[in-house]
Write a protein that binds this ligand. Sequence first.
Ligand SMILES: NC(=O)c1ccc[n+]([C@@H]2O[C@H](COP(=O)([O-])OP(=O)(O)OC[C@H]3O[C@@H](n4cnc5c(N)ncnc54)[C@H](OP(=O)(O)O)[C@@H]3O)[C@@H](O)[C@H]2O)c1
Length: 319
Amino acid sequence: MASTQTVFRLNSRKNIVDLTKVEEEIPKAAAHEVLIKIHSVALNYRDIAIATSNYPFPVKGNVIPVSDAAGEIVEIGPNVQGFTIGDLVIANFNPVHLYGPMKDWNGGLGGPVDGVLRNYLTINANSIIKVPKASSLKASQWAALVCTGTTAWNSLYGNVPLKLGTSSSDEKLAYVKEKFGADYTINYKTYPEWAKEVQRITQGNGVDHIFENGGSGTIKQSIESVAFGGVISVIGFLSPAKQEEMPDVAGLALSKGCVVRGINVGSKQLLEECVRFVGSHNLDIPVEKAFPFTEEGVKAAYKYLSEGQHIGKICIDPE
Ligand SMILES: NC(=O)c1ccc[n+]([C@@H]2O[C@H](COP(=O)([O-])OP(=O)(O)OC[C@H]3O[C@@H](n4cnc5c(N)ncnc54)[C@H](OP(=O)(O)O)[C@@H]3O)[C@@H](O)[C@H]2O)c1
């Protein structure tokens, strides 16, 4: 094995092209750690927000970005049990968040803690999950599951079915109908008051579960769309409201008797359940594009994600 690896760091966070490629030593696994050779990493909107200083939570200086990776164990510390060399594994978004609610925002990979945009990662063996050996999914599909999969699993915990999806692109909406069998979709630009469309489609019942990606700018529409007693999982901050237009969330939530629940990605326990479900059903996780692990490839991946035309996940494959 070589002694050095390629690592990308964000030494300034003004623009996505501030990513700097450096050569660093490959670390050794400590007693409770494993060394993972990374095969694929998946990008999230969070990575763009971090690279452009728009992320509302702590980020360390000169951070190695990106939280989601799948790779192969190549070295095992002497106190680690239950893993063997060659196991394909993924690590939880926040390696110290093993179960229950998250305690703070100080543990996420690629933000407050160095992430995975590199060839090799040492990590505590308690934070990783083996992916099923029999699965035909690629490493990029497992990497794609980490943040998005855990967040969705966390939001849906309780098994309330998801009924509708929104986008501003008719092309994306037609694709998810055809590929994933969504019965209804709504273009939120064609219908800026999309709650009315939801009420029309559901004959005034509303939907049981909403993934709120916009934040304060869209939550009024979400609460007007939700069924009495439904659940709104507050996930994103893509569309913040102006202070003078802040909706009265307390009054709106009361009017529907709904649950408005903030989501902090999720614990390793939730990711484990999600992996078991995806593995046993061999679900074809949608990876739209995998870019090469070169300076050009990494910057092109960030640019592609920031342009927002994607439907599936965007990955980068060191292997
Ligand atoms: N709380 C958590 O634990 C957690 C975990 C994961 C992600 N997040 C957050 O969730 C958000 C999405 O992240 P991602 O990585 O999934 O991003 P992404 O891949 O870029 O997807 C964003 C999606 O949101 C849609 N969208 C954008 N603005 C919208 C609006 N005003 N109303 C309705 N839909 C809108 C986009 O639709 P178009 O088709 O129109 O572009 C697109 O489908 C980000 O804010 C991210 O930080 C939070």
